[in-house]
Design a protein around this ligand. Structure first.
Ligand SMILES: *Cc1c(COP(=O)(O)O)cnc(C)c1O
Length: 400
């Protein structure tokens, strides 16, 4: 393969990505793009970023050999990139810090964010407290009801949680409201977007900040496994933890990249969140062109997944491109399979994984037995499952 160097100057990954927004947002995105270009070439910015990741987040996150589980499966060796050990419990904080540092350089004293399950809201509220910024988090009214612990966390951290009553009152509506706020308050406000989607330069910027996951892995794997992995696996909601893991490996020959989407009740049921592997078409959502779950009239459809973090009808444009060129593969794991892997990981490794990450674990556990014992699978364990215990208990008929 030729050396991979995308997006182009206009934010295109092949036919995907770009900037599909109202005129009023163009100026804000242009300013952001120019500022990001400036800091991208400024070593002092990256030095500051690295220091924050080291001392505040606790990076580098370790890589751990899931030995008992691998032995039980009887095939490939499974290694886990422990993003669950980061401050606030997932990969998201590293992206939030990158964007907050950029906001500070741009002199913005107010940050806003959208959130679904509340994880990105918590990450944003955390960095806002850390850097002394005012913070507003847009969250669907439905999600606020379902995710009260995270709503309280954000409030403890000093953020204002703004309920969104439009549409289905969930993540995609929260994203629309956050963009509206940004247009109105662009002079004072930085929009910290939570995944590798949205209009250019967000997919590129979020990818760059989270590439630390793959960069660290490339350095750590020779030490812990004696070599680079045969397969790298990550779950895909909007696609930020996956692209952060994949990107540094794109130009490495012989490393298979696998993104795992939420199969929900099964692809055939239509109740899933798998735009890449579920046969969805291409459309425009939240400012960019990408694969998208929509009906025959182009209306975005309701999605379903047991894991709130994967419950998004769109996906970052770079994944759409990697799928089309065949550099990455995308598969689906349904709710039941993810839950089984969740429990296995708890029992066999003493790690309670996030339900999102459990999708990637389930795929690895399914494929490992078909591979030789000398093969290596690296799974990005994107987050810890403490946030999911109410969901898992509820499915077992237990009220906590
Ligand atoms: C938010 C979240 C995801 C999904 O988001 P991506 O942008 O696809 O990474 C996955 N895992 C965890 C633990 C999350 O909190």
């Amino acid at each position: 393969m030729e050396r991979y160097d995308l997006p182009d100057a206009k934010g295109h990954f092949g036919p995907y990505g770009g900037v599909y927004v109202a005129e009023t947002l163009m100026a804000a995105l242009d300013e952001l793009k120019n500022e990001y270009e400036r800091v991208k070439a400024d070593p002092t910015f990256w030095e500051e970023f690295r220091q924050e990741l080291k001392h505040y987040v606790g990076r580098p996150s370790p890589i751990y050999h899931a030995k008992r589980w691998s032995e039980q499966l009887g095939g490939a060796q499974i290694f886990l990139k422990r993003e669950d050990l980061n401050h606030t419990g997932a990969h998201k904080i590293s992206n939030a810090i990158g964007q907050a540092l950029l906001a500070r350089r741009m002199g913005k004293k107010r940050v806003i964010a959208e959130t679904g399950a509340g994880q990105h809201g918590v990450a944003t509220a955390t960095v806002a407290a850390r850097y002394g910024m005012e913070c507003f988090v847009y969250m669907g009214a439905e999600d606020i009801k379902r995710q009260s612990p995270n709503v309280f966390r954000m409030k403890l951290l000093g953020a204002t949680v703004v309920p969104v009553e439009s549409g289905s009152k969930t993540l995609k509506d929260a994203l629309n409201e956050a963009m509206r706020d940004w247009v109105t308050n662009v002079d004072s406000t930085f929009y910290i977007l939570g995944t590798a989607a949205g209009p250019h330069p967000y997919p590129m910027m979020v990818r760059d900040f989270l590439s630390v996951i793959g960069e660290e892995s490339k350095e750590q794997m020779p030490e812990v496994a004696g070599r680079q992995p045969d397969v790298v696996v990550a779950c895909v909601g909007g696609g930020s933890n996956a692209i952060g893991m994949f990107y540094p490996y794109i130009n490495v020959d012989g490393v298979r990249l696998v993104g795992v989407e939420a199969g929900g009740h099964g692809i055939d049921s239509g109740m899933h969140a798998a735009p890449l592997s579920g046969g969805a078409g291409v459309g425009v959502l939240h400012g960019a062109k990408s694969y998208l779950m929509q009906d025959a009239n182009g209306q975005v459809v309701e999605t379903h997944s047991v894991s709130a973090g994967l419950d998004y009808p769109g996906v970052g444009p770079e994944h759409s491109y990697l799928k089309d060129i065949g550099r990455a593969e995308y598969v689906a794991i349904d709710d039941k399979e993810a839950l089984a892997a969740f429990h296995d990981c708890c029992h066999l490794e003493g790690i309670i994984p996030a339900l999102e990450s459990s999708h990637a674990l389930a795929w690895a556990a399914k494929v490992a037995p078909t591979m030789g014992k000398d093969k290596v699978i690296l799974v990005n364990l994107s987050g810890r499952g403490d946030k999911d215990i109410n969901t898992v208990a509820g499915l077992a008929g237990i009220t906590l």
